[in-house]
Design a protein around this ligand. Structure first.
Ligand code: IPM
Ligand code: MG
Length: 360
């Protein structure tokens, strides 16, 4: 198959990790008789430097014209980078949020699983790591606090900032349906996470999830409060299959989930709309402290490329091959610095890409 992939390398470690994912995609194309054509686009800090804005209309149009988007990461050091002297709507992150919204990418899938070989890198107690875990965090991505009205104003001489958390029933229903659909292909369990003891938006969330659940009699589901979920993730992560939650809770819980996999450098993600189109990016950030040093872990980006093959191109065999290659190199003892443990072989970002590509 001939496919066109828009590539946004972005900032920080983005260019390094995406280069390795493209290496693996090219090897996969060669093995399976496909051809992938790349259209490299700017977004984030690099777009601010080149165009004065974090995301241009041209980038949005070109992304839409592709079959899928592969992305690295965007943003810099918020304390020192000149990008953070700009007004909030001109900063790198504003570009990413606008892109998610423009492409209607409401369903964010973040699979967190503990590879047997990485049990030593897992910060949890050995008896918990021993049981392993394999969960899919389903984060709503185009609503909630991220997109509600916000303002900073003076009220009676006191500076006051407001953000609003709004969800309508349709936004909740479409992500809940996705979560139950995905649960049907996994262990058939959904944990819907909210703060229904405090928030109206969470009470509506619960009601709609219950309605959707009726169409999936085979899937067991439960509601869990977000603070309890944060605790359960480190106490007993094996209990989770699909974790369904709103935008902000999903942002926080997915970082927590990534850490117990050994490193944020391991967590892939897919952001999907209601077609086959999607944007695929590692869940971690741009890590400006190690950028340009060929030290970053490219595995999350390579696994995101595998999700791209599976969800946007229906290339299941190819995606399996990429995931198997990752598992194989971990088994063979190759480690980047973030997941290094005694007796393993420390490799650079590009060497990790090389060994994974060689195993396709
Ligand atoms: C993520 C990131 C983004 C988010 C930032 C960069 C805006 O943390 O993808 O999890 O909060 O969604
Ligand atoms: Mg985040």
């Amino acid at each position: 198959m001939n496919k066109k992939i828009a590539v946004i390398k972005g900032d920080g470690i983005g260019p390094e990790v995406v280069t390795e994912a493209m290496k693996v995609l090219d090897k996969t194309a060669e093995k399976f008789g496909h051809s992938f054509e790349y259209d490299q686009l700017l977004m984030g800090g690099c777009s601010i430097d080149a165009n004065g804005v974090p995301l241009t209309d041209e980038t949005i149009e070109k992304a839409k014209a592709a079959d899928a988007v592969l992305m690295g990461s965007i943003g810099g050091n918020t304390a020192t980078s000149p990008w953070y002297k700009l007004p909030a709507d001109k900063r790198p992150e504003a570009g990413l949020l606008k892109l998610r919204k423009s492409l209607n990418l409401f369903a964010n899938l973040r699979p967190a699983l503990l590879y047997g070989e990485l049990k030593d890198a897992c910060p949890l107690k050995a008896e918990i790591a021993e049981r392993g875990f394999d969960m899919m965090i389903m984060r709503e991505l185009t609503g909630g606090l991220y997109f509600g009205a916000r303002k900073t104003e003076e009220v009676d001489g006191i500076v006051t900032a407001t953000d609003t958390l709004t969800y309508n029933e349709n936004e909740i229903r479409r992500i809940a349906v996705r979560a139950f659909d995905i649960a049907m292909k996994r262990r058939k369990k959904v944990t819907s996470v909210d703060k229904a003891n405090v928030l109206d938006s969470s009470r509506l969330w619960r009601k709609i999830v219950e309605e959707v659940a009726k169409d999936y009699p085979e899937v067991s589901y439960e509601h869990m409060l977000v603070d309890n979920c944060a605790m359960q993730l480190v106490k007993d992560p094996a209990q989770f299959d699909v974790v369904l939650t709103e935008n902000m809770f999903g942002d926080i819980l997915s970082d927590e989930a990534s850490m117990i996999t050994g490193s944020i450098g391991m967590l892939a993600s897919a952001s999907l709309n209601d077609t086959k189109f999607g944007l695929y990016e590692p869940s971690g950030g741009s890590a400006p402290d190690i950028a340009g040093q060929n030290k970053a872990n490219p595995i999350a980006t390579i696994l995101s490329a595998a999700m791209l093959l599976r969800y946007s191109f229906d290339m299941d065999k190819e995606a399996d091959a990429v995931e198997a290659a990752v598992a194989k190199v971990l088994k063979d003892g190759y480690r980047t610095g973030d997941i290094m443990s005694e007796g393993m072989k420390l490799v650079s970002c590009s060497e990790m890409g090389d060994v994974i590509a060689a195993n396709i």
